[in-house]
Every structure is written in C-alpha cells, then in structure tokens.
Design a protein around this ligand. Sequence first.
Ligand code: SF4
Length: 222
Amino acid sequence: MIDPLFISELFYSIQGESTWAGLPCAFIRLSGCNLRCRYCDASYTWEEPGTEMAIRDILDWVVKYPGVLTEITGGEPLLQDNIHLLTELLIDNGHKVLIETNGTISLENVHPQATVIMDIKCPESGMHDKVNLHNLDLLARRKEQGSRDELKFVLSSEQDFHWALETFREHRLDQLVPVLFSPITGLIDPRHLAELILAYQLPVRIQLQLHTLLWPNRNRGV
Ligand code: SF4
C-alpha cells in the first residue's frame, strides 16, 4: 500500500480539549504509543494493532466534514512518519489541522500551519522524564513562523500541580504559548485545581475534558 498509516479509529465529535474545545471536529486517531502513562484512557491505541489505511482513503473520509476542524491524535501520532504527508495534504485541501502529541518526539518536521497541542507529562503519569524539552525551543521557533501551538499539563494530584508550577516558571512558559492545566477525572477535584491556579495567580487555562462531560460512559469515538 502506498503511504499507509495505522489507524485506531476515525470519528466525528466535539473537540473536548485545548483552546479549540467545543467545536465540531473530525478525529484521525493513529495507533501505537511509545509511553505507558499510569492513567491512560486510550490503551486500545497501543494494545490493538490498528488498521492500515492509505492516505487517500483517510482524505476521502475527512472530506465528508468540510469546514470543521481536523485533529490527528493517538496514541502518539508522530511515531508514524506519514503523518507529515497527511498533514500537508489536509492543509493543502483547506482543513484546519490540530496535532495532539505526548511531547516525546521532535516537532522538527511538523507543518508550520498545523497547530500542535503538546503534553508535558507530570510525575504521576510515570513518564515525566520522557518529555523532549528541546521541543520548547522548537515551539518558540514555530511561533516566530506564525504557528499557534499550545502546551498541556495533565494533572493527577496536588503534587503534579506544584511540579507543573515549577516547570512553568523555570521555562517561562507564559512567554511561549497558551498553557492548559487539565485535571484527570476522579483523581484531582477540578474545583481544587481551580483554587490552586487562582491562589498562585497562574496565567494558565483550566480545561475540563468536554467530551467526557458530554459522554461520560463512552471511551471511544468521542
Ligand atoms: S501518551 Fe497518551 S496514549 Fe500514550 S500512554 Fe500516555 S495517555 Fe496513553
């Protein structure tokens, strides 16, 4: 097959995260992940092999949703090199493309017109030492080129909050891109996280996962 990608699922839903939350979105979820976060709610993306699809067939699916956001996610979508060709073709066809990444793979080859939503993994994920901090320099370079990227901390506890606070200050993230703090349902009370953000006067955006509020009993296709 020419230019294949391994797909976990294609679905149309409401964008639940990032500053784009609330908008209809066509999701391309690629299979495979190089991390094993303790709280992973998408383990099927790396436990199951995924379906091989040609880029042309993926584009044929996306064109059913003209004028809405397109997000490429995972798993870890940057593990598959053909993501760059898919991104280029989507952008050339007029789609607004978001790429959600766990932050461990270099952003060097990501299309400047795509919007990267990059995780910085916190300690309770068990994966915080895997984050590629050189990507922060690349985010700065992409910003100079006009990219509109975002950073996201997913928080499990107050300890994660304090680690994220230190990381935010150390790397002057307020100068870089919009920063999201996202509480994990059932692990940290969102109201407590909001109060911590207010107490420390942190210029970050608290983000509740809109899709899990709308469809609390579904873990795929939303
Ligand atoms: S990066 Fe995402 S898909 Fe991969 S293990 Fe962590 S939460 Fe799961």
